[in-house]
Design a protein around this ligand. Structure first.
Ligand SMILES: Nc1ncnc2c1ncn2[C@@H]1O[C@H](COP(=O)(O)OP(=O)(O)OP(=O)(O)O)[C@@H](O)[C@H]1O
Ligand SMILES: [Mg+2]
Length: 497
């Protein structure tokens, strides 16, 4: 017998300025189930979740909880009904500690600082998350911020927990751990929703799967009724075969590196890291989260000044040192951040303005007059090249879906025509179709003679794209593989041992 749903959505539509982000969607969530939501970027997945979590209200349609109609004026109303959401982009307050964030909105229940911290510590420990409750949220890595959000939902004793792309920032091990945790919650009767672009996660871990396309619900059913091709067909409306990934061409090594890094050191994160990047080549850097890859990249582009301890950097044989990202940009180095919300774009500006600013950044220090019309065309061109959807009417980037925001970050950097690009987790949170596009762009960049560094925690991506693979561990490079000698097992072995 099918249990009564905890949450039932009937004929919900959510429109923004007359455009439906979600259209006539009926959906139910049962106690003790893990329900996966799939769909392309901008399909309406986050919108559906936000309706359930009280972040937004439906334009038309109804929501029932335990068979009774509800209207949530804000997330707190939903929290009181036991509904918690872990957001796609971090919702933590950076200036507060981990513990304070976890009890935010219900401080009265746990008044003293010590009790708050102890409660937080207990939950974090029970989840096996290695996060210090007294640390400021703003200083946490993406993965750790996510952990804190999950722990907060568990601490709040939620009956419904919604995860918006929870695994995007996690390592394979952390991902397994999260799914184990979700299964434990399921046993207690908790209903779980998760969004993921990794189709295997939906196929392997969900009880039911719902697919959205263009704001409409196109399929829902037991996970066992789906396989990868059917799921993709529902998501994009046709087969993926016409955009099957092309094999990269073998490139011959240029004589001189475009970038050379020697003994880079920063605090405890980067320890004597040395490596070179050659033009026309994709240099993959694999490693676990916390292996110092992003930190090294940030030191190179002048993004991180704190705790700088030393090292030397050469660009095309000339020694350089950047104290601000704008200097690196002016020299033709683009860094595409893993954390789009914190440093990827100007969220209150439109897509076109963001791309335009990226373009202007090339001319730092030189006065130039760029006609508006020119800027508009450059922006429109990139918008089209990367298929950035939902950007109409000069809408602020903050309103774009997560995957489309990621594409804005990429466009804003690539418009600078850099000679070295550092991609940090470029396809995180991006749908299957857009992943293929972004990979094609990365390859195209190397083919045109630029140097590319690819930092990715997703091994198949590293293996698929890189000409040469470096493995980082504890802030240093511990192994290097040519494309033909690399394998997932060898890389993981180097990353862990
Ligand atoms: N506040 C808003 N104002 C205007 N448009 C919005 C707003 N929120 C969402 N949208 C639009 O609604 C559509 C659906 O967005 P949503 O965030 O639900 O997509 P998604 O399926 O979660 O995509 P992704 O996989 O990229 O995260 C998008 O076209 C988005 O631009
Ligand atoms: Mg989303």
């Amino acid at each position: 017998m099918t249990p009564e749903p905890i949450v039932r959505i009937t004929a919900a539509t959510k429109s923004y300025g007359g455009i439906a982000a979600l259209e006539d969607v009926s959906f139910d969530l049962r106690p003790g189930e893990i329900h996966a939501l799939a769909g392309e970027n901008g399909a309406g997945k986050s919108t559906l979740c936000k309706l359930i979590a009280g972040v937004i209200t439906p334009t038309t349609g109804t929501i029932q909880v335990d068979g009774k109609p509800v209207t949530f004026a804000n997330p707190k109303d939903a929290t009181e009904r036991g509904i918690a959401m872990v957001f796609q982009e971090s919702s933590l307050v950076p200036q507060l500690t981990v513990a304070q964030n976890m009890v935010l909105g219900r401080e009265s229940a746990l008044n003293s600082v010590r009790r708050v911290r102890n409660a937080a510590r207990q939950v974090l420990q029970s989840l096996n998350f290695k996060v210090d409750p007294s640390q400021l949220a703003g200083s946490l890595s993406t993965a750790k911020r996510q952990m804190v959000e999950i722990a907060r939902a568990v601490l709040n004793d939620a009956r419904v927990v919604i995860f918006d792309e929870p695994t995007a920032a996690l390592t394979p091990e952390e991902t397994e751990h999260l799914f184990d945790l979700m299964k434990r919650l399921r046993q207690r009767g908790v209903a779980l929703i998760f969004i993921s672009h990794a189709l295997e996660e939906a196929l392997n871990h969900a009880d039911r799967i719902t697919v959205l396309r263009n704001g409409q619900l196109v399929a829902t059913g037991n996970a066992s009724a789906f396989d990868r091709p059917t799921l993709i067909r529902h998501m994009i409306g046709n087969d993926l075969s016409q955009m099957a990934s092309e094999r990269p061409k073998t490139r011959s090594r240029a004589a001189k590196p475009v970038l050379q890094v020697e003994d880079l050191r920063m605090g405890s994160m980067v320890n004597n890291m040395s490596f070179s990047v050659f033009p026309g080549e994709i240099t993959g850097i694999a490693g676990l989260i916390g292996s110092g890859r992003s930190e090294a990249a940030k030191v190179i582009v002048g993004h991180t000044k704190r705790n700088f301890d030393g090292g030397r950097i050469w660009l095309d044989g000339r020694e350089v040192w950047y104290s601000a990202p704008s200097e690196a940009i002016a020299d033709g180095i683009a860094y595409i951040s893993e954390d789009r919300k914190y440093d990827g774009f100007f969220d209150t500006l439109s897509v076109a303005r963001n791309i335009g600013l990226g373009w202007l950044a090339r001319f730092r220090g030189r006065r130039i007059l760029t006609p508006r019309e020119r800027l508009r065309r450059v922006a429109a061109d990139w918008q089209q090249r990367l298929s950035i959807h939902g950007a109409g009417g000069g809408k602020s980037v903050v309103y774009l879906s997560g995957g489309n925001q990621q594409k804005v970050v990429i466009a804003k950097s690539l418009v600078q025509e850099p000679r070295l690009v550092i991609f940090d987790e470029p396809t995180r949170g991006v749908d299957v179709g857009a992943i293929a596009e972004i990979r094609r762009i990365i390859r195209g960049f190397a083919d045109s003679g630029a140097g590319v560094i690819l930092i990715s925690s997703y091994l198949p991506e590293i293996l698929d794209l890189s000409d040469r693979i470096l493995v980082a561990k504890s802030g240093t490079i511990v192994a290097e593989f040519a494309r033909d000698e690399a394998s997932a097992t060898r890389i993981m072995h180097a990353a862990i041992h």
